[in-house]
Design a protein around this ligand. Structure first.
Ligand code: SAH
Length: 361
């Protein structure tokens, strides 16, 4: 019999007893259903129920006959994330703590902003591979990489809680974990997000954020999905960057990182966003601003200054607002597009760097 590779490298003929359709690519779903004797248009119907109508189960796929629905329920499942807690911030931000099938927990944050923008901040790992010491997630260490169905399911689960007229408009892979340390699953998830058969988001509405894994950045940019790239720079000297982001900066020091960025074949009108967490007395002086101007010279980019979000036991203090504005002013004077990120959801520890599964239990 013919064998096909699923996203999880499992053979459909032998594993598992019931196939999780979210673990399969669109082509694999079509192949799976063709083995049940179903025509192609049927798989399009099923995919539409999953990715456009956010059906929770086969029973609700009402344009399939009862016997087809029964057959699907016998042969397949749609995996779900269990909602452990669902918190709402006074500013409209919502934080979901999800439990995976093996009991590990991850967080996903929905951020509402002006003009009906709904941004979903998605996790790519349970815990994180890296050890950036201003970030709460790092303290958990890496538990494991998420699979593509677990990444996609964060979107489906949150969207399913929203009223019909409220759609998630943007996705940022900026939650727990280092997305580019889980490149295959992240790329597959992005493909499903931007595919017309999938979530059908414009590729400019999907952003992958990385602490700066150079080879994976190159692979991502050369690959099939042209999503936005965000790089967490956070310092202007190797001394400070190695202090606050030890693992990644030792592997890929600043000079190499910036040279790699400069050489990236970015699509026209696309720019890199450099994230820069403002840590009081560490990386927020005007000398830093001046060095930052030099570092990004010749790179089509924008800088996003992130006010530091504190959490219990944090090693750093946030830079005072006045100093953030002076820093931004300096960059503006040197013609660098610079925004200051509005922190959302601080009251429920849903802001950048505040995500962890550990305090919830
Ligand atoms: N590992 C990826 C994505 C997760 S972190 C990356 O490094 O980009 C997402 C963003 O949150 C990064 O820009 C990171 O620098 C920032 N961040 C982490 N901890 C923070 C904190 N406590 N306050 C503010 N921003 C933080």
């Amino acid at each position: 019999m013919m064998q096909i590779q699923t996203t999880e490298n499992k053979d459909l003929n032998t594993l598992p007893a019931k196939q999780n359709l979210l673990a399969l690519s669109f082509e694999e779903v079509t192949l799976f259903l063709s083995r049940l004797g179903w025509k192609r248009y049927r798989s399009e119907q099923v995919l539409s129920w999953i990715y456009k109508q956010f059906a929770a189960d086969f029973e609700s796929m009402t344009n399939l006959s009862k016997s087809d629905r029964r057959l699907l329920s016998e042969k397949a499942v749609l995996s779900h994330l269990k909602v452990v807690t669902h918190q709402k911030s006074s500013d409209g931000t919502e934080k979901f703590l999800f439990e995976l099938a093996d009991g590990k927990q991850i967080e996903t944050v929905l951020i509402r902003s002006e003009k009906k923008r709904r941004t979903l901040c998605i996790s790519s790992q349970a815990g994180c591979t890296l050890d950036c010491n201003f970030c709460l997630t790092a303290q958990e260490g890496l538990k494991r990489n998420l699979r593509v169905d677990e990444i996609i399911n964060q979107f489906l689960s949150v969207q399913a809680t929203l009223p019909d007229e409220e759609s998630i408009t943007n996705v940022v892979l900026m939650g727990m974990g280092e997305p580019l340390a889980n490149l295959n699953a992240v790329t597959a998830a992005c493909e499903r997000m931007i595919s017309p058969m999938g979530l059908n988001l414009a590729s400019r509405r999907v952003t992958v954020s990385t602490a700066g894994l150079i080879p994976q950045i190159k692979t991502l940019i050369a690959g099939p999905v042209s999503v936005n790239l965000s790089i967490s720079l956070n310092a202007t000297t190797d001394e400070i960057r190695s202090r606050i982001m030890p693992k990644v900066n030792r592997l890929y020091p600043l000079k190499e990182l910036m040279a790699a960025c400069r050489a990236l074949p970015l699509p026209p009108r696309r720019s890199i966003t450099f994230e820069y967490v403002m840590l009081s007395g560490i990386n927020d002086s005007l000398e830093d601003a001046a060095r930052l101007v030099q570092l990004v010279k010749g790179i089509q980019c924008k800088i996003n200054l992130i006010p530091f979000n504190a959490y219990p036991g944090a090693l750093y203090q946030p830079t005072p607002d006045g100093q953030i504005l002076r820093f931004q002013d300096w960059l503006h004077q040197h013609k660098i597009r610079t925004t200051i990120r509005k922190s959302k959801g601080r009251d429920i520890l849903a802001a950048c760097g505040q995500l962890t599964s550990e305090f919830e239990n």
